[in-house]
Write a protein that binds this ligand. Structure first.
Ligand SMILES: [Zn+2]
Ligand SMILES: [Zn+2]
Length: 101
């Protein structure tokens, strides 16, 4: 049995977001994510933490998945990079680290 080697993924910077769209002090990363991406189609995450992977592949708006650690986020984005986030995947996926105000 042979396995096909996938091409290495380009190194992906983690973008830090400190800006959001209101003056409130959000206490949870889930609330902050809703404020940063008010036009998100959905925001999900099994363990909503400060990291998020965001797909900008849909004209309707971004989709956001929250992660507890950078390692989890990298694993998650590697998965959608290889498999595509949807049928209309444009491969515009980003890792974001949110900072609470
Ligand atoms: Zn806000
Ligand atoms: Zn995509």
């Amino acid at each position: 049995m042979t396995t096909t080697e996938l091409p290495p993924l380009p190194p992906r910077p983690v973008v830090t977001y400190t800006r959001h769209n209101c003056e409130r002090n959000h206490r949870t990363f889930s609330a902050l994510a809703k404020c940063i991406w008010p036009d998100a189609i959905w925001i999900a995450g099994y363990t909503p933490g400060q990291f998020a992977t965001v797909s900008y592949c849909f004209w309707e708006g971004p989709t956001v998945m929250q992660w507890a650690t950078e390692e989890d986020a990298r694993r998650g984005i590697a998965f959608i990079d290889r498999g595509g986030c949807s049928h209309s995947c444009a491969h515009d996926h980003r890792i974001v680290r949110m900072v609470l105000p």
